[in-house]
Design a binder for this molecule. Sequence first.
Ligand code: ZN
Length: 235
Amino acid sequence: MIGERGVTLAGLVLVLFLAAPAAAQPRQTLSGRIEGARGHTWRWAFDVGLERDAVRVRVTVHPVPTAGVGRAELDRALARWEVEVERIWSGTWAVRVPGGRRYPVLLDLAFAARGEHHQVVVSRSGDRVDAVHWRLGDAPAVVAHEVGHMLGLYDEYRDGARAPGPFEPDPESVMAQGGGRGRVRARHFQRILSWFRQRTGLEAELVPLGEGGDVLAERVPPGRYDSSSGQRGEP
Ligand SMILES: [Zn+2]
């Protein structure tokens, strides 16, 4: 028979176990292909890792300007996209582990000339915009939508590259046409949640963070794209 003391000790161990942080998980590249989504096929890829205080998702894009796109205007567009796209995707949801500890999901969009997950052609005024064709004037929500495809997400509008099965319109979703109102939903992080559960073995779930972010949702500092060195000047 187990004594009162044993029960208390077991309880203490259980509490400590439940409150314990998830072990850090090194950054890993996840990738795959989506085939034949209403005639569309694309490759998705990104890095994900669990650091001490956050789930960090990194998408690295090599921008290839078309003739006539100047260095300075490209840099201005990249800087704007990076800040705004990270703002749209970061600090909206957290992964919560048993015991209540939350790890905000933070997205880092990095522009680099080497080691990229994706190449994107950037034109001044091309007639198409998709995951690999962007235009200098594209709004951040539009680019955030294309980054969503790089994370392995389908379109969420009637004529888009939709998932098979029934269709429920959600016009505010970042995956709606044109990026909607840039709203990120829990379903958009299912792949990341699955990775988290698999790596940590924890029954984690996604919980929303407050409107406009949360004290936990620190931002990723903006980097600087430097094609000559292939390095991204991130602190
Ligand atoms: Zn799309």
